[in-house]
Design a protein around this ligand. Structure first.
Ligand code: SF4
Length: 398
């Protein structure tokens, strides 16, 4: 049925890295670090008797350590870092636009979903300057881990094996893009999906229901509520607006839950008003809807200031590497999303720029968002790619 060119099939050839992971974990003196995407902690529990949406991040941390992982970090930390860059980029484009600069590229499109990035590279080669140039959280995490964290600990890139626990099959392909490597050393050595990790835990006799929870490692484990909502549709743009609008207005925003952006339609056109600023924001999940909207933007029929696009229905909570949902799909996905919203609501810090661990890395290494150093490490480029006829959509039907 659904067949629009989306999920990089080359991703599939990257294959299942379970064996590599287990071998690396059992190799003496090999240092293995993991990051886990926001959306994994509210789904993996389903395989161990938890409800969709239950946050099992601390059990996940314990399970990974039991497998032999040396440092259990969190992609969500880097989601906050992504927001620092993306919000600064959005602010820059908006301020130039509102001051009358007609050369500004709008809407700014989010860039953290690799299936979506590949889709625009294949189908909208004339629009490659509209997505944010910010790397995805997974790739930002991995660059910082190997180029900053490793060095700080007296190690080289080769000394660290960096594994990403992801809800997503397209992330395997993203990790293998040459711009995210130095020679043969990739920033992310490989990706393990939620489903693959479930199998690894089961085969190793690790039951998340039983295991005692443990803390995620500091410093690349500290995150805000804005970072965690990356895992559901609408969350990335909501997170970006929290920081961008506070920076633009110079004031703390009282109500940082942008309910106008939340919802379930395949494409949602929303208005966000803060002070004198009125923004038209789009949110798409599923590439078919995104494609239709991009056509209208290209023809000038529609205008938006920013758009979030996720290839999977529901966003990463519905990713192709997540536990399969056999019935009541929308209800299960909504519960997973609510799980992320609950984590957000419980956090003291809910705006990415308040993350002390993110502030620390700017103070020490990156100066400020969009600095030269930040550009060098945290931003990327896009390339026109030929269309492929038989790529599969990266959702639970895969
Ligand atoms: Fe991967 Fe889907 Fe999330 Fe995109 S929306 S990053 S394809 S899980």
């Amino acid at each position: 049925g659904k067949c629009i060119s989306v999920c990089p099939v080359d991703a599939i050839t990257a294959g299942d890295n379970t064996f590599k992971f287990l071998r690396d974990l059992s190799t003496p003196n090999k240092l293995v670090i993991t990051q886990m995407a926001p959306a994994v902690r509210v789904t993996i529990g389903e395989a161990f008797g938890f409800e969709p949406g239950d946050n099992v991040e601390n059990k996940l941390a314990a399970g990974l350590r039991k497998l032999g992982v040396d440092y259990v970090f969190d992609t969500t930390w880097a989601a906050d870092l992504t927001i620092m860059e993306e919000a600064a980029e959005l602010q820059d484009r908006l301020e130039r636009y509102f001051s009358g600069d007609k050369s500004v590229k709008l809407p700014m499109l989010t860039s953290c979903c690799p299936a979506w990035v590949k889709f625009i590279e294949q189908n909208y080669g004339d629009m490659l300057d509209v997505p944010s140039s910010a790397k995805s959280p997974m790739q930002m995490f991995a660059t910082v881990a190997k180029d900053i964290w490793a060095k700080e600990h007296g190690m080289t890139r080769d000394d660290v094996t960096s594994v990403a626990i992801m809800p997503c099959i397209a992330k395997k392909y993203e990790a293998s893009r040459p711009e995210f490597s130095r020679g043969m050393n990739y920033d992310v050595d490989y990706v393990i999906t939620t489903r693959e990790l479930i199998k690894i835990f089961r085969d190793s006799g690790i039951d998340l229901k039983e295991i005692e929870p443990e803390e995620i490692d500091y410093i690349m484990g500290e995150y805000t509520g804005a970072g965690i909502i990356f895992g559901r549709t609408g969350g990335v743009i909501e997170a970006a607006l929290r920081t961008a609008l506070e920076n633009m207005t110079g004031k703390r925003i009282d109500n940082i839950e942008f309910h106008s952006l939340r919802g379930w339609d395949g494409f949602r056109a929303c208005e966000v008003e803060v002070g004198d600023i009125k923004l038209r924001i789009g949110v798409a999940h599923g590439l078919e809807e995104a494609g239709k909207m991009l056509d209208k933007i290209r023809s000038g029929e529609e205008f938006f200031h920013a758009i979030e696009i996720m290839a999977c229905i529901g966003g990463c909570i519905g990713g192709g590497g997540q536990p399969k949902v056999r019935k009541n799909k929308e209800e299960v996905l909504r519960k997973r999303g609510d799980g992320l919203n609950n984590i957000d609501r419980d956090k003291d810090h809910r705006v990415s720029k308040e993350n002390p661990a993110v502030q620390a890395i700017y103070d020490k290494y990156l100066d400020h968002p969009m600095s030269n150093k930040a550009h060098e490490l945290l931003h990327t480029k896009y390339f026109v790619r030929p269309k492929r006829g038989h790529d599969h959509i990266n959702d639970n039907d895969m």
